[in-house]
Design a protein around this ligand. Structure first.
Ligand SMILES: Nc1ncnc2c1ncn2[C@@H]1O[C@H](COP(=O)(O)OP(=O)(O)OP(=O)(O)O)[C@@H](O)[C@H]1O
Ligand SMILES: [Mg+2]
Length: 305
């Protein structure tokens, strides 16, 4: 069974001479929170627009919720927070949500229930009857998130949902994403806030120039455990031998640093060192931060290109 909610093959978008998305191939599984990460201009927003049928691909193909992109019926099952969210400012928050509910073809009675609940959820109850025009940046962002959820979507595409939000607002978004996940909703997230991504996403793809450079699961981040070792003394033989447990073994003063594929390698390294007669003063392991990985992956590509 195919459980992917988004599937793209060689998706490409060119604006005149400018290639915004080069060759995007990825799939997003049902119920996962997927982070789409990349530097400015990597083609993230353009990719989201293509998935929604708002920008026509120059080449390639994709399905969303099992239908070719742009399918009207599946669009009604998708929620979307655009990147620069600012429109219908003459409406009040409540009217604005109603308009979007109506655009999705939702009946009035359902909206009467759903709108107050959503306003409460994004902490805008008190501002519900004020015009969006007078909202602060963070309030606009939050009403935008409520708008993205009005139709109880099965798939939500959020283009930088925490942009402009204070730490409390960011926490609110984090909680909302966790709730969506517990409801089985699939979330596709564009974000530059990697510390947020780290705690919210199940899987991420690093993109650059509209190409996926690396995809990885965040639960079991392969190749992402850093090990730091300090011994009474280390011989060349020990340094060479450590290479058998992972990669990137490097000596830095009295420390040896390396990368292993999983934490399971750590006790193995310890017993191997003890077996070699080494006295261990420090053996520490930890995950690489997403930020570190981002710099490495995007940076490596820079050198390659
Ligand atoms: N309508 C357009 N016309 C011409 N060029 C465009 C258009 N939209 C995007 N681009 C170009 O395509 C590239 C990708 O833009 P896009 O907005 O998709 O990047 P992004 O990854 O979302 O960046 P950011 O992180 O800054 O939001 C950029 O070089 C941009 O200038
Ligand atoms: Mg963007």
């Amino acid at each position: 069974m195919n459980d992917s909610v988004i599937d793209t093959r060689g998706l490409r978008k060119r604006y005149g001479a400018k290639v915004a998305v080069e060759d995007l191939t990825l799939s997003v599984r049902l119920g996962e929170v997927f982070g789409f990460l990349g530097p400015n201009g990597a083609g993230k927003t353009t990719s989201v627009k293509m998935l929604l049928g708002l920008a026509a691909p120059t080449a390639g193909s994709a399905t969303v919720l099992g239908k070719p992109i742009g399918d009207r019926a599946s669009r009604a099952r998708i929620g979307f927070l655009p990147e620069h969210f600012r429109f219908h400012e003459w409406l009040t928050g409540r009217e604005f949500l109603r308009l979007h509910g109506r655009l999705h073809g939702m009946p009035g009675r359902l909206l009467d229930e759903r709108i107050p609940a959503l306003l409460r959820r994004v902490d805008l109850e008190d501002a519900a009857d004020r015009r969006v025009h007078g909202y602060s940046k963070g309030m606009i962002q939050r009403i935008g998130i409520a708008q993205a959820l009005i139709n109880a979507p099965e798939l939500v595409l959020l283009d930088e949902p925490t942009s402009g939000l204070d730490p409390i607002g960011r926490l609110l978004v984090r909680d909302i994403i966790a709730e969506l996940k517990s409801l089985g909703t699939t979330v596709f997230l564009n974000s530059h806030l990697l510390s947020e991504v780290e705690v919210t996403c199940d899987r991420v793809a690093f993109v650059k120039r509209g190409r996926v450079l690396r995809e990885m699961s965040l639960q079991a981040a392969d190749d992402a455990v850093e090990v730091e070792i300090r011994l009474d003394s280390h011989s060349e033989e020990i340094v060479r031998g450590l290479g058998g447990f992972g990669r990137g073994v490097a000596v830095d003063g009295d420390l040896i640093r390396m990368t292993v594929a999983s934490e399971d390698a750590v006790p193995e390294i310890a017993s191997w060192l003890v077996g070699r007669g080494a006295r261990i003063y420090r053996l520490a392991s930890g995950r690489k931060s997403l930020e570190q990985l981002f710099l490495e992956i995007i940076g490596e590509d820079e050198r390659a290109g």
